[in-house]
Ligand binder design. Structure first.
Ligand SMILES: [Zn+2]
Length: 354
């Protein structure tokens, strides 16, 4: 005799599911066929911070069938004003963002297949992690990973949706191989770190993130539903304090190393950041290649408002205990107070810029 399964006393979820997408199917560009396209589509979200988590929630609620959630980080209390998917308990329990997101998204829509991945996307892992999706969403906090996403996108022919927010300003653009310009046409080289704004040194407001994240989710949906309208070749720049949106055409550059020459520098490992533990010193060395020399005076000036800065003509040391970062003019940095390369990269990206 088999085990008797108790009859549910509430309507089964399959009954509820029939009605779930009624209003979005009523929108003519979705309809029954579009809803099926969404259910069959696969999207990877790289970075589950403020932007990524909100994009994930939007796509999950709309019924995108598979979401891969990639993030190296854990939930912290100062994430909560803008990272809408996470709770105080997630921060107290120090839950990895992709795992916490999986729990919340499953509760929102149990029909979705979720694959949380707790790791840093690197040149060694990027192609494997991204080769089987229809669209890649940029939820990262650093330029280096964006160049990596751009290389993977063009090499494998997978569209990606870029976005970034600092303060109350943001930008977004959908990059579609063989249709639009690429990210490297827009920014041929990584900007110098002394000019870089990060959310840690400029601040960021959750309401601004919400606008950009919803925009980004919309672009991802268009890539899945209507390839002909997705990727119009414009960068949108939002100033949400002034209430302005600028639309800037990004032309393909004939000298672009990625979309014209087919060179994927960031996938070779020759360009970008490497982290090496300095054994016995409680420190990790971060080495950036493909970057110009750093103007230490400008960097020191930028950091001085944030915390303790010691500057000489050889290095700038920036401290927020228990960590400090020493930056040398050749772009090399040593993160003190940790022997964990992932943590060191995170501190470097957060304070100095990625
Ligand atoms: Zn290009």
């Amino acid at each position: 005799m088999g085990t008797t399964v108790p009859h549910p006393t509430f309507p089964s979820t399959s009954v509820l599911m029939n009605d779930r997408y009624r209003r979005q199917k009523a929108f003519v560009e979705v309809g029954e066929a579009g809803q099926q396209l969404l259910a069959n589509s696969r999207i990877a979200i790289c970075g589950m911070g403020a932007l990524g988590a909100m994009v994930a929630e939007r796509l999950c609620r709309m019924g995108v069938g598979f979401l891969r959630l990639i993030d190296r980080d854990w939930v912290e209390l100062d994430n909560l004003p803008r990272q809408a998917l996470y709770t105080t308990e997630d921060a107290i329990e120090i839950r990895p963002k992709s795992i916490a997101a999986q729990t919340h998204l499953m509760a929102i829509n149990p029909d979705i297949l979720l694959e949380p991945i707790v790791e840093d996307l690197t040149f060694q892992t990027a192609e494997t992690r991204l080769c089987d999706v229809d669209c890649i969403v940029d939820g990262t906090d650093n330029f280096e990973t964006r160049y990596l996403l751009n290389d993977v996108s063009w090499k494998l022919g997978i569209p990606w949706v870029h976005a970034g927010v600092v303060g109350v300003s943001g930008q977004s653009m959908a990059f579609v191989p063989n249709k639009t310009a690429c990210f490297r046409c827009l920014m041929p080289e990584i900007p110098p770190i002394e000019q870089m704004q990060t959310c840690d040194n400029t601040g960021v407001l959750g309401a601004a993130v919400g606008v950009i994240a919803s925009w980004q989710a919309m672009e991802a949906i268009k890539i899945v539903l209507r390839k002909d309208v997705a990727g119009d070749g414009f960068l949108r720049v939002f100033d949400l304090w002034e209430g302005e949106v600028r639309k800037i055409r990004v032309p393909r550059s004939p000298s672009c190393r990625v979309c014209s020459a087919g060179l994927y520098d960031f996938l070779t490992g020759d360009v970008g950041t490497t982290a090496r533990v300095l054994c016995g010193r409680g420190a990790v060395q971060i080495q950036s290649s493909g970057r110009e020399r750093i103007d230490l005076e400008v960097l020191a000036e930028r950091l001085r408002t944030e915390g303790g800065v010691f500057a000489s003509r050889f290095l700038v040391r920036f401290s927020i205990p228990p960590h400090s970062v020493s930056v040398f003019s050749d772009g090399r940095a040593i993160v003190h107070g940790t022997e964990n390369p992932d943590e060191a990269r995170k501190i470097y990206a957060r304070w100095i810029g990625g």
